[in-house]
Design a protein around this ligand. Sequence first.
Ligand code: RNT
Ligand code: ZN
Length: 416
Amino acid sequence: MNNCDYSAAQQRYASIGISTEEAINTLAGIPVSMHCWQGDDVSGFENSGSLTDGGIMATGGYPGKARNADELRTDMETAFKLIPGKHRVNLHAIYAETGGNKVDRNELSFEHFKGWAGWAAEQKIGIDFNPTFFAHPKAADGFTLAHRDPAVRRFWIEHASACRNIARHFGETLGKACVCNVWIPDGYKDIPADRKTPRLILEESLDEIFAREIDPALMLDSVESKLFGIGTESYVVGSHEFYLGYAVRNNKLLCLDSGHFHPTETIEDKLSAVLCFIDEVLLHVSRGVRWDSDHVITLDDPLIALAREIVWGGFIGRVHIGLDFFDASINRVAAWVIGMRNMQKALLQALLAPAVRLRDFEQQGRFTERLALLEECKTMPWIAVWEEFCERNGVPAGAEWINAVMRYEQEVLLKR
Ligand code: RNT
Ligand code: ZN
């Protein structure tokens, strides 16, 4: 791309009242939390249980997955070199570095994440965190925080508490609040006779976990709902209604994962609704294909619609954007790059759209013009602005990034 394409685009946007410079600056200030678990198919470093026990699954046998924290960090650094802007990394408790010692999840402490914290400080990025309630013998029967056995429940409450503490330390060390997101797999394969009791137990567990007040400048609690999972096809304790109610009542962040609703149900419409009642939202941007399959996000209509809601609703400061997919059938570094760049491209398109004009049309009942202009936006020269943004950030603007990943595959990944 050359400057003349950018200045032509700049002029074209100026003619509809949009400043491309402003869009670029705003985009530069929106971090996306890149999930570490795409790098190793959600394996983590513990080897203690099966992923499907948590109702999730990574399929595919693409070579070169990261086997330890150093490899995972190097892979993420490689991805970040191909993604414009400064972002965040989303970690799970199973990525603890315990120096070969077995440390059970209820005993984890910040000590085990010093390697990550040091690296994040060096990279000048923030960290987000997740307790891991799956792939563990104590989750093998499908219940964790909603377990009827108090001893099992205790273990998971301790784990969650340990994780909040780790998250707080990340926030303190890195000077950026760490979002600590609770997702549990609990539920039933077949028709339950009692939907109520597990929910009451879960509520009690959460109350206990969150009883300790932590400064929101350091750590933010969020809760993630789900509709169904593998082995929990008929009933999930932590449903959308459950956590929406919980978040509203207890002033928590609600996490909306785009794969956690009915297969044709998208999440863009939920943002302006839930943000009437809760302060902040966490997004797990994902792509379900027929089920919660966690495919890499593409620049599709749901993604564009979601980005528009974030931007046009004025919610940039209240929505924490995280990605959540894990495809083991393609190059994992490429999966990150594709997903991150798509999220940013969707945001850029939203930033470049004539939102004020569209709203004016709407207010005046001029729906023909609203639809016509919305469609015109799709083919405006936003790509020239994207390329300019990439160039200013020192990353490849177009498809050249793929060669960089393929070189890395040859030189590093295939040697693992
Ligand atoms: C599972 C949830 C959850 C996980 C990650 C690994 O359905 O989406 O967020 O994907 O925590
Ligand atoms: Zn998720």
